[in-house]
Structure formats: structure tokens, C-alpha cells
Design a protein around this ligand. Structure first.
Ligand code: ADP
Ligand code: MG
Length: 368
């Protein structure tokens, strides 16, 4: 599936602007971004529910602009579960192939296989109103698959479900797509969901693509401050570039203290933003001789289940968020304790200070 310069406006609002995406065959692609950034508009353009104002949409190398939904060969599942209320689970799932006019016996095989896969065997005679949200959504997914489409479009398909059910279903969804050799485009505002199932992730903001990468690339080496903030969590502080030492480490002055980063510098502005993820900061009791060692006092401690999240005010006028696993000595640390923080050079990310200011550069609200 390929989008070339796709733009859609609603009056004054440009919902999506110059979108270019190349989805590979059999890829599981996730699209993430804050509410209102244009994800639904984009998926509806691909499905054929909305016609873009500009740009081209190709599926299987065929131009799809102005091709009606039913002829695009796509299956879709949206956040609002849209089953036929007067039909049973079996009838809902078999709706696709029947409309396509396959023979009864081949239809039966496909349907039974899908019902088995989604573990809906016991519910085939039930009507949607008798099902839980999870079972309804499984039925909707089975129905999308029964259309025989090679390209599946999911718009927040798990959004209305309980967290537990959502976590189980997301892996089933990916497994199904992979087992059947299909291609999926999955829209979600849940960056954790995207990280755990996508081959690649597209990050959107204010109708535009910010960056594209594998989950690990976006997590470890986000190209933009926005992604660093939106995917996972990050500490940001402002500094001034000093120089690069003989080993290639970048030296940065933060409030009068020198820091080293082994991050490659590909810009030349003097004012820069340093970012580091909370779980990469090493917290200990003893003063360390390692590079980038800070002293601090614990201001806040929150139990997150599998980890602790601390707020530490440092002797450098910077407050840092630090995450430590439950298995570490963090369990004994208390508010008011003096600690030593080491910020490993390879995890210190550097960005040019944004023209619009740091706050705006990472803000989730859109400034259209
Ligand atoms: P998302 O799915 O990422 O939350 P949408 O694609 O639904 O974003 O919306 C993108 C932008 O387009 C938003 O500013 C939204 O208010 C606007 N928008 C969406 N649909 C319409 C519509 N039918 N009429 C006017 N504005 C719309
Ligand atoms: Mg949406």
C-alpha cells in the first residue's frame, strides 16, 4: 500500500497534509499520534470512506482514488464495534464471503477456521448483544478477515475494551495477520500497544508524519524531541555545546556542569536539548567516578507495579525522573535520601534547541 502526498482538508482544518507512506507486503504497520492528529482521516482515505483532496493511493500497485470501498479489497475494524445486531456471530462472520458469492462449502471452511482462530466456537449462535466487548470485537475482526482481504485496516480496534482483554487481543491480532500472511495498518493512540506489535511505527502530529522507524529505533534513537516524549518517557534539559573531545564524545554545559554524550552530533547550534529515558539513569548510594555523575535528593517515590518511579532534584538545578526495577535496591530508598545518579554517555540524546521552544516542540496538543 502506498500513499503519495495525500492531503485532506475540512474547511480551514488540514486534517492530513502531504502524507507519504510505503507499507511493505506482509508488514504490520502501526500509526500513532495524539488525539486529533489525523489518524482516522488517514485510515478512512485508505479504506475509501473519504476521498482525499490531493494525492494518490495505491494498493497492489493499482491506483485506488475514486474506487469504491467494496472494490478496494480491504478489511477494516473500527473502534466503534459495527456488527449487524440482528445476525448471529456465525452470520456476521460469514457475511463477507457470502456477499462475494463464493460456493457454500468453501465459505463454510473459511468461516469455521476463523471462528476457531478467534476462539468463538461456543458463541456462534449468539447475537452481538449477548457478547462481551472482547467477544464482539473478535467477531468484528473475524468478519474483516472473512472478506478475504490481503490488507487489513484497524482504527483503534481495541480502544473500547478492558486493559486485560486489550493486551491479550493485540497479540492475537498480530499473530493472525502474520500466520495468514496479511498486511495490516493499525491505528492507535496507545504507544505501548504499537511498540509491542508493530514491525514499524509511523508517528504523526498535527496532520503530518513526524518520523517512521522500528519500535526499537524510535525508543533508543528517536530523531525528534516529539517522538522522544511521545514514545515512552524522557527527561529533557537545556544545555550549551562546548566541543567534541578526542574520543568523539560531545561535551555539553548544563547549568555550569560538563556532560558527555557519545551521541553523534549532526547539527551545529550552540543551544541544545539533552534527553535521557528514566530507566537508563543509574541510581546508587555511593559517589561514582563514572562520567556524568550527579548528586541528588529523592523528592518523590511512586510504585508502578513492576518498577519504582522517582523524582530526584540534583545539585545542578535539574529535576530528573528515574525508574528502577522492583528487583533493585530501590525498594529501600526513601524520600529525602541522598543518592548518586549516573547518566550513561550512550543514552544521552542530543537535539538542536527548537525554534518554537522546548515546551511547544514536545506538546501533545496540536497547533494547527
Ligand atoms: P485522530 O483520529 O488522530 O484523532 P481525526 O482524523 O479524527 O484525528 O481528525 C483530524 C482533524 O480533523 C481533527 O482536528 C478533527 O477535528 C478534524 N475532523 C475530522 N473529521 C472531521 C469532519 N468530518 N469535519 C470537520 N473536521 C473534522
Ligand atoms: Mg481517530
Amino acid at each position: 500500500m502506498r500513499l503519495i502526498n495525500v492531503t485532506k482538508k475540512y474547511g480551514e482544518i488540514t486534517a492530513i497534509k502531504n502524507i507519504n507512506i510505503n507499507v511493505r507486503n506482509k508488514e504490520y504497520l502501526c500509526i500513532i499520534g495524539p488525539s486529533g492528529c489525523g489518524k482516522t482521516t488517514l485510515i478512512k482515505c485508505i479504506a475509501g470512506i473519504i476521498e482525499p483532496d490531493e494525492g494518490e493511493i495505491y494498493i497492489d500497485n493499482k491506483l485506488m482514488n475514486n474506487v469504491p470501498i467494496q472494490d478496494r479489497g480491504v478489511g477494516y475494524v473500527f473502534q466503534e464495534i459495527a456488527l449487524f445486531p440482528h445476525m448471529t456471530v456465525y452470520e456476521n462472520v460469514s457475511y463477507g464471503p457470502f456477499v462475494k458469492g463464493l460456493s457454500i462449502s468453501s465459505v463454510k471452511n473459511i468461516i469455521n477456521e476463523l471462528i476457531d482462530m478467534m476462539k468463538l466456537q461456543d458463541r456462534v449462535k449468539d447475537h452481538p448483544s449477548a457478547l462481551s466487548g472482547g467477544a464482539q470485537q473478535k467477531t468484528a475482526i473475524a468478519r474483516a478477515l472473512s472478506s478475504g482481504s490481503r490488507l487489513l485496516l484497524f482504527d483503534e480496534p481495541l480502544g473500547s475494551l478492558d486493559v486485560k482483554v486489550r493486551k491479550v487481543l493485540r497479540y492475537e491480532l498480530r499473530r493472525l495477520v502474520k500466520d495468514l500472511g496479511l498486511t495490516a495498518i493499525h491505528v492507535t493512540h496507545d504507544q505501548e500497544e504499537a511498540m509491542s506489535i508493530a514491525d514499524r511505527i509511523v508517528v504523526m502530529r498535527s496532520g503530518e508524519i513526524v518520523e517512521v522507524g522500528t519500535p526499537l529505533e524510535l525508543y533508543l534513537r528517536p530523531k525528534t524531541l516529539f517522538t522522544a516524549n511521545f514514545v515512552g518517557e524522557a527527561n529533557f534539559f537545556v544545555g550549551e555545546l562546548i566541543d567534541i573531545d578526542e574520543r568523539g564524545n560531545v561535551k555539553v554545559d548544563v547549568n555550569g556542569k560538563v556532560f558527555f554524550s557519545s551521541c553523534k552530533l549532526n547539527f551545529e547550534t550552540k543551544k541544545i536539548v539533552v534527553a535521557i529515558r528514566p530507566e537508563f539513569i543509574v541510581m546508587g548510594r555511593k559517589t561514582s567516578k563514572a562520567k556524568n555523575s550527579w548528586k541528588g535528593v529523592i523528592e518523590e517515590k511512586i510504585f508502578l507495579g513492576s518498577s519504582f518511579r522517582f523524582k530526584v532534584s540534583t545539585d545542578n538545578d535539574v529535576t530528573l525522573v528515574v525508574k528502577a526495577p522492583l528487583s533493585s535496591e530501590a525498594i529501600n530508598w526513601r524520600i529525602g535520601d541522598h543518592v548518586n545518579l549516573v547518566l550513561p554517555t550512550r543514552y544521552l540524546l542530543l537535539y538542536p534547541y527548537p525554534k518554537e521552544g522546548l515546551e511547544r516542540a514536545i506538546a501533545l496538543e496540536t497547533f494547527r
